[in-house]
Write a protein that binds this ligand. Structure first.
Ligand code: FES
Length: 318
C-alpha cells in the first residue's frame, strides 16, 4: 500500500518517529502488538520497522527509526532526506513477535530502539489488564526514546538502565527476571549482545524456551544473516525439475534469480520470512534470525536469502 508521511518527530538522540497514514484517511490494515512493516525506500531498499502505537489505533502506523551508525542507506535516508508529505510503499503488517496467549504476566527487556515493538505490546497488556514490567537499557538518557508514552503507561513498572551511569556494568538480568513461573513470559528486542544475555539469564532462571521470545531488528553477527563462507551445492526445483548450481559465494536467492526463478523477498537478511520456501529433501543450513528451533530441526522450510545447504543437493518445493 502507499502511505503518506504525516508526521516526523524527534523521539531521542538519533531516533525519529514516523507517522504514516492512508492518503485517503481511511483505516489501515489491523496489526497485532509487536508487528512490523516492510518500508520500501528509494534505490530498491526495503527495511523492516516495528510499529510502536497501540493496535486499537487504526488510522496510523507509528514507526521508530534509529539512525544506524553503519547505515547502508535505509535509516540514513529516513533521518536526512525523508519529508512530511512524501509517500512510501509499505507492506501489510506482520507479526513474528507479539504477546503469547499462554502468558498472563509479561517481562519485557528492550535495548535502545528495540523499545518500539515493546511499546505497542505494553499498551496491549494494559488493554488486556495483564501485569507487565519493563527493563529499558540505553547508552545515555539522551538516547531513551518514548519517555513520555512510557511514563503514561506506568513509570513504576519500568526500570531504566543507563550504561554511562552504571559505569558500563550490565543490568542485573537475573534480579529483573526473578525465578521462572508458569504463565510468565519474557520478551526481548535489542542488540544481539543483550539478547544473548537475556537468553542465558532466562535459561538459568528456569524459563522454558517457549516462555522466552526475541525480536531481532537488525541482522548482526558473522554467521547468522551471512551468505558468505558456505559450500557450493545444487538446488533442485521439485516441480519444474530445474537444477540450479549455487556457488560458495552466491546466495541461494541470488542463484535462483539468476536462473529466472523469482521469489518474493523484502529484507534479504533473514529477518522477515517473505522469501520462505518449502524443503522437499536435503538438509538446509539455517542462517536466518526468525525460524524457531522446532522449524529448524523439522527441515520443512528455509529462507533462501541467507540460508544454504549442508547436503550436496537441496530439493525445494518450487
Ligand atoms: S527476504 Fe527477508 S527473510 Fe528472506
Amino acid at each position: 500500500m502507499e502511505l503518506i508521511v504525516s508526521q516526523i518527530t524527534h523521539e531521542a538522540q538519533d531516533v525519529l518517529g514516523l507517522e504514516l497514514r492512508a492518503p485517503s484517511g481511511e483505516a489501515l490494515p489491523p496489526f497485532a502488538a509487536g508487528a512490523h512493516v516492510d518500508v520500501h525506500l528509494p534505490h530498491g531498499l526495503c527495511r523492516q520497522y516495528s510499529i510502536a502505537n497501540p493496535p486499537e489505533e487504526r488510522h496510523r502506523y507509528v514507526l521508530g527509526v534509529g539512525l544506524a551508525p553503519d547505515s547502508r542507506g535505509g535509516s540514513a535516508f529516513i533521518h536526512h532526506q525523508l519529508q512530511v508529505g512524501q509517500r512510501l510503499k509499505v507492506g501489510a503488517p506482520r507479526c513474528l513477535f507479539g504477546l503469547s496467549d499462554a502468558a498472563h504476566q509479561h517481562l519485557f527487556v528492550a535495548g535502545g530502539i528495540g523499545i518500539t515493538p515493546i511499546l505497542s505490546m505494553m499498551a496491549a497488556c494494559q488493554a488486556r489488564g495483564q501485569p507487565w514490567r519493563l527493563l529499558y537499557c540505553v547508552r545515555s538518557r539522551a538516547k531513551a526514546a518514548y519517555a513520555w508514552p512510557l511514563a503514561q503507561l506506568g513509570g513504576r513498572h519500568i526500570l531504566l538502565h543507563v550504561d554511562e551511569e552504571a559505569g558500563g556494568q550490565p543490568p542485573d538480568l537475573s534480579e529483573f527476571l526473578g525465578p521462572a513461573a508458569p504463565g510468565v513470559h519474557v520478551y526481548c528486542c535489542g542488540p544481539s549482545g543483550l539478547m544473548s544475555a537475556v537468553e542465558a539469564a532466562a535459561h538459568q532462571a528456569g524459563f522454558a524456551q517457549a516462555q522466552v521470545h526475541f525480536e531481532r531488528f537488525t541482522a548482526q553477527g558473522p554467521a547468522a544473516g551471512s551468505t558468505q563462507g558456505g559450500q557450493a551445492f545444487t538446488a533442485v526445483l521439485h516441480r519444474s525439475g530445474l537444477r540450479v548450481p549455487v556457488p560458495h559465494d552466491v546466495s541461494l536467492l541470488d542463484a535462483l534469480e539468476q536462473h529466472g526463478v523469482l521469489i518474493p523477498y523484502a529484507c534479504r537478511e533473514g529477518l522477515c520470512r517473505s522469501c520462505e520456501v518449502g524443503i522437499v529433501s536435503g538438509q538446509a543450513e539455517h542462517r536466518d534470525h526468525v525460524l524457531s528451533e522446532h522449524e529448524r530441526l523439522a527441515q520443512r522450510c528455509m529462507l533462501p536469502c541467507v540460508s544454504r545447504s549442508l547436503s550436496p543437493e537441496l530439493v525445494l518445493d518450487l
